[in-house]
Design a protein around this ligand. Structure first.
Ligand code: FAD
Length: 423
């Protein structure tokens, strides 16, 4: 009979969500098992953009780890974003008014390396047992929690008995589907493809990430994210219902756009594709899901927490991981046998939505507006001739109140008339 391991919390998946959860549990003194199906270092299809929100969450979690990530020479500090409108005209939006001074707010670092930093730190955290190369397969609810059946490359692995499961096993989570009842809904899901290129011309020396809202791709976009030495992470994402309706082959479309689009073809003429073009799904938070139930929490992509406008999900995985660990620690501290019944576990949902709900609602609105090519053209043209509007857009990245104004019709009136935009 297979081994049975006992623990308080079992975290499924060692990506940013799972590793952050494990680190926060260690801080709270809760023994846990971190179960990971791959063997690190492992790649994850992603744009590799670590936003200011990622870096701030990391700084709070573990300042030394944050410094280690910033020092990694395989990454590129990022000071802003360039939007390219369907008209081809662009708008450079800095993340900070002091571009180039001090530390950059964001970083672009391949997930192969970023995830490795976090995972390795979780491996050395007190009270955390990390098991790699082992997949969580079956989940049985018991009187005191859960029994998890696992498999390895060579057959069945140890069973794990725990009080609480924190599922951070990503976009294809079996647990979220089977137990949490979260299913792929094409209207609230996107498909993305990513490739690495070397020898790309015209990359921004200050690591501005580029989002190209090409007419045929709306409401999706193509990205070019610079890495050191002329390398770039390049990809595109589009809502899954639109992919289906238009019968788009995203990999072929990416290759074609880089070879033929007037904005891109010269920059990629001498560039070399490293490896292949890879695809992966993005479960979007344009619909609010239940993130907890009897003895479990869903973190990051397993809880469909990706920003529906930008595609950003790393920070949400980390933020939800911290909340899941905190709520689990509070419930276990009560010392009762029913740690995390569905009623108690709801505290987790409340905390996540209090922290992320407002910005996700705004991003959902922006995603709906992103269908309108004329609106992009108009905003970009207007902002290029109106420094106050450019500054307003720049502030939107850090100032939620300003993003909130986008939901109000008056904002668009001010935009048209040039009225009152904050300088
Ligand atoms: C094309 C694309 C581009 C993106 N670009 C960006 C970007 O630039 N910036 C950004 O912030 N976000 C981006 N995202 C979103 C981001 O990649 C995810 O939101 C993020 O990886 C979520 O982290 P996670 O820890 O929840 O899941 P993951 O990073 O997917 O980690 C899940 C882990 O669980 C493991 N696992 C899976 N099943 C099991 C199992 N049964 N048992 C044990 N382990 C298991 C996996 O091996 C994996 O290590 C992008 C996504 C895509 C697809």
């Amino acid at each position: 009979m297979a081994n049975v391991l006992h623990t308080e919390v079992c975290v499924l998946g060692g990506g940013p969500g799972g590793s952050t959860t494990a680190l926060q549990l260690a801080k709270r003194g809760i023994p846990a098992i971190l179960l990971e199906k791959s063997t690190f270092p492992r790649d994850k299809v992603c744009g590799d953009a670590l936003s200011g929100k990622v870096m701030r969450t990391l700084e709070r979690l573990d300042p030394e780890l944050c410094a280690e990530v910033k020092r990694d020479a395989r990454g590129m500090p990022s000071w802003g974003v360039t939007f390219v409108a369907p008209s081809g005209r662009s708008l450079r939006v800095p993340f900070s008014r002091e571009t180039g001074l001090g530390e950059a707010p964001g970083v672009i670092l391949p997930r192969l390396h970023f995830d490795e930093h976090l995972f390795r730190r979780a491996c050395t955290a007190t009270g955390i047992l990390v098991i790699q190369g082992t997949t969580a397969k079956t989940f049985t609810r018991t009187a005191n929690g859960w029994t998890i059946g696992t498999t390895t490359a060579t057959g069945s692995g140890a069973s794990i008995s725990c009080r609480i499961i924190i599922d951070a096993s990503g976009a294809n989570s079996g647990f979220a589907r089977q137990v949490g009842g979260l299913h792929l809904e094409p209207r609230h899901h996107a498909a993305g493809v990513r490739a690495y290129y070397s020898g790309v011309k015209g990359l921004d020396p200050q690591g501005f990430i580029e989002l190209l809202f090409l007419k045929d791709l709306l409401p999706g976009y193509l990205w070019v994210f610079p890495l050191p030495d002329g390398r770039a992470n390049v990809g595109l994402g589009l809502r899954s219902d639109v992919v289906k309706r238009r019968h788009v082959d995203l990999k072929a479309l990416l290759i074609r756009l880089l070879a033929e689009h007037p904005q891109l073809k010269d920059r990629f003429a001498g560039a070399t594709l490293e490896g292949g073009v890879q695809g992966m799904g993005l479960p979007l938070a344009s619909k609010r899901r239940r993130l907890s139930g009897d003895g479990y929490f869903l973190v990051g992509d397993a809880g469909h927490l990706i920003d529906p406008f930008t595609g950003e999900g790393i920070s949400h995985a980390m933020i939800s991981g911290v909340h899941a660990a905190d709520v689990a620690a509070d419930l276990l501290a009560r010392g009762t046998g029913d740690a995390g019944d569905a009623g108690d576990a709801k505290q987790y949902d409340a905390r996540v939505w209090r922290r992320l709900g407002q910005e996700l609602a705004i991003s959902t609105r922006l995603q709906q507006l992103a269908n309108q090519a004329w609106l992009f053209d108009f905003v970009v043209d207007r902002a290029n001739s109106n420094p106050a509007l450019a500054d307003t857009i720049s502030s939107m990245f850090t100032d939620l109140d300003l993003r909130e104004r986008l939901k109000k019709p008056g904002f668009y009136w001010d935009l048209v008339t040039g009225n009152k935009l904050k300088a």
